[in-house]
Design a protein around this ligand. Structure first.
Ligand SMILES: *Cc1c(COP(=O)(O)O)cnc(C)c1O
Length: 398
């Protein structure tokens, strides 16, 4: 079968909830992926940062194979010998006292919201079912009904109500707007340190520090959705580290498994995460031994291979060279580490045709929000590969 055959079957039988580029991938290794025709591409999306460690990383693969032969799922009704070590290693790496594992990113966001609400009722003393959570416009936190209830993207939201109440939306990047939105019933503020899906929107310097301060002054929890920005992507372990800010709950996913398996988690200290009692929250697959073994290996690779440091260096280089491209189409190059957005001018016809042109030249990138091309390759990328890509990008943006 060839590309068109696979696409025809997918279009016939699959729900049309995505609009993928017409490339059918069959193999990946490091920063490269290969399609069914044998063409090679540089992966500049990394599955939205899930494959930060590179495709099919041998150490994570080994951990997965070893564990898959021993024990894959116990449910949390019984204990297993991998989860305790995953907890310990994740907490030690991130500097938090406790963790709670889930599967998808959206589930980890839901978990953080539930914990914040319970904390508000049992610790802060907010009247029951009155808790408010402040979020930012143009956020992306996932696709559950509660999460899309506070999305500002009509496509994600409009046909899916009725919605979950209890959320207050303020403009992103404006700390004073958060301060004004806080009431005695506010449980938490939740933001992405950089808004990835919104088009790699970097907030003004000091925004995260200001949120931390506002939360401290008002006895409100600061929830950072680091599912895309965390685990080295922006050049630090967490994007909040750029401002030396420690959120009350950090939400992780994506690269937590190196792309092998859906693994997400929240980390927090015991006064916050300790509010949960047995039975109040859970997931059949969350914290299973296979996931825990994969997660442990994925974290080890991040540390052993200095991937945050490489993201900082390669990201700075990539952005500098992208800015130097003499293109009539580019409005702005922005980002941190290897989370990079190239915003095109409104009159350039959208990012999609450029992404299709890049695909034809061996680079896979995905447009986000109409006019932005996101470049977020695996963090293992080397300078010579970036140089190779830059020549092509310059040509396509001519
Ligand atoms: C991808 C993403 C999510 C949702 O994760 P899923 O695994 O797709 O549910 C939530 N927040 C951010 C910032 C993300 O990038």
């Amino acid at each position: 079968m060839q590309t068109q055959d696979y696409i025809a079957i997918e279009e016939r039988y699959g729900a049309h909830n995505y609009h993928p580029l017409d490339v059918v991938l069959t193999r990946g290794e490091g920063v490269w992926v290969y399609d069914v025709e044998g063409n090679r591409y540089l992966d500049c999306l990394s599955a939205y940062s899930a494959v930060s460690q590179g495709h099919v990383h041998p150490k994570i693969l080994h951990a997965m194979q070893e564990q898959a032969q021993k024990l894959t799922l116990t449910s949390r009704a019984f204990r297993n010998d991998q989860l305790p070590l995953f907890y310990k290693e994740l907490c030690e790496l991130t500097g938090y006292e406790m963790a709670l594992p889930m599967n998808s990113g959206a589930e980890a966001v839901e978990t953080a919201l539930k914990v914040a609400r319970k904390w508000a009722y049992t610790v802060k003393g907010v009247p029951r079912h009155k808790a408010e959570i402040v979020v930012a416009a143009n956020n992306f936190h996932g696709r559950t009904i509660t999460i899309i209830s506070f999305s500002t993207e009509p496509l994600y939201r409009d046909d899916f109500g009725p919605f979950t109440p209890g959320f207050v939306i303020v403009p992103y990047g404006d700390a004073e707007a958060i301060r004004k939105a806080i009431t005695p019933n506010t449980a938490a503020v939740m933001v992405e340190p950089i808004q990835g899906e919104a088009g790699v929107i970097v907030p003004p310097e000091g925004y995260l520090r200001a949120i931390r301060q506002i939360c401290d002054e008002n006895n409100v929890l600061f929830l950072a959705d680091e599912i895309q920005t965390g685990l080295g992507r922006t050049g630090k372990l967490l994007a909040c580290d750029h401002e030396a800010v420690r959120p009350d709950i950090v939400i992780l996913g994506k690269a937590l498994s190196g792309g092998f398996y859906p693994i997400s988690a929240i980390v927090a200290d015991s006064p916050v995460l300790g509010v949960l009692r047995p039975g109040e929250h859970g997931s059949t697959f969350g914290g299973n031994p296979l996931a825990a073994a994969i997660g442990r290996a994925a974290l080890r690779v991040l540390v052993e291979e200095n991937l945050a440091e490489n993201a900082a260096q390669m990201g700075a280089y990539f952005r500098e060279k992208l800015r130097a491209i003499p293109s009539p189409h580019v409005k702005e190059v922005r980002g941190k580490g290897l989370l990079i957005g190239v915003e095109l001018k409104p009159e350039s016809g959208g990012a999609r045709p450029f992404c299709e042109a890049l695909q034809g030249r061996g680079i896979l990138a995905k447009e986000t929000h109409e006019h932005v091309i996101r470049f977020a390759p695996p963090l293992v990328i080397e300078r010579q590969t970036i140089d190779w890509a830059l020549d092509i990008i310059a040509d396509v943006l001519k």
